[in-house]
Design a protein around this ligand. Structure first.
Ligand code: ADP
Ligand code: MG
Length: 253
């Protein structure tokens, strides 16, 4: 049965998109059938996988606002086993348009029912906000991954995210659980990084993934080549750690 996992944190630049793209590609590399959904109007996940936004015949906006069937907007990527529902800038208006839409919080959940069984994993990259796009992702998901950057104020804003998660659990999606907190962009040369790891582990305890993502320049280069790290540079440290993380996610069920 397909597992739907949202990757969320309303802070920007913490590694949501990098994790969405590379976790998805690594799961696919390990033989899982994966659908990646871009719900950020910036569309960085979409372009990071080399999808040409000019040639799209539809995006997640059409599903959320115009009741388009998901089957019609799924695109294959250059990575075997990995499909994507892209996002374009039209999605920027969706946050406001959704407000006056019937069953506005459950539109993604309903849309995914048709394809859930076709995939082992459906990964949803969220925008940096706690608006209706993120609520739709959390409502549609079985589990949540929270990337946290190893920097000052790492925990700042997380209480807001956690109270949103509790509200979603209470009113919209009882099953939702936190699969794990992923520490990202660790600079092992500084004490600060290690302090942040301690702090986050104290707060989230066994919910923190054993895999910690270091800063790795290959990870930041890969998107401009339209590739995940596993095809861009399979031998890099970035590829190693995201594969390790994918194995942890699989082990969690
Ligand atoms: P978000 O989706 O949360 O806004 P991104 O995944 O887009 O965050 O990451 C923000 C920036 O940091 C991007 O330029 C990305 O390439 C870079 N980045 C993310 N993770 C790493 C890493 N482990 N090492 C180096 N650069 C990274
Ligand atoms: Mg992003």
């Amino acid at each position: 049965m397909g597992r739907i996992i949202a990757i969320a944190n309303q802070k920007g630049g913490v590694g949501k998109t990098t994790t969405s793209v590379n976790l998805s590609a690594c799961l696919a590399y390990l033989g899982k059938k994966v659908l990646l959904i871009d719900t950020d109007p910036q569309g960085n996940t979409t372009s990071g996988l080399g999808v040409n936004k000019g040639e799209l015949h539809g995006c997640i906006y059409d599903v959320l606002i115009d009741d388009e069937k998901v089957e019609n907007v799924i695109q294959q990527t250059n990575v075997e086993n990995l499909a994507i529902i892209p996002a374009t800038i039209s999605l920027a208006g969706a946050e406001i348009e959704l407000v006056s839409t019937i069953s506005r919080e459950v539109r993604l959940k309903h849309a995914l029912q048709d394809v859930k069984e076709d995939y082992d994993y459906i990964i949803i990259d969220c925008p940096p906000s706690l608006g209706l796009l993120t609520i739709n992702a959390l409502t549609a998901s079985d589990a949540l991954i929270i990337p946290v950057q190893c920097e000052y104020y790492a925990l700042e804003g997380l209480s807001q995210l956690l109270s949103t998660v509790r509200l979603v659990q209470k009113h919209l999606n009882q099953q939702l659980y936190i699969d794990g907190v992923l520490l990202t962009m660790l600079d092992a040369r500084t004490n600060l990084g290690l302090q942040v790891i301690d702090e986050v582990k104290k707060y989230f305890q066994e919910k923190v993934y054993k895999t910690i993502i270091p800063r790795n320049v290959r990870l930041s280069e890969a998107p401009s080549h339209g590739q995940p790290i596993i095809t861009y540079d399979a031998k890099s440290r970035g590829a190693e750690v995201y594969l390790e993380m994918a194995r942890e996610v699989i082990k969690n069920g």
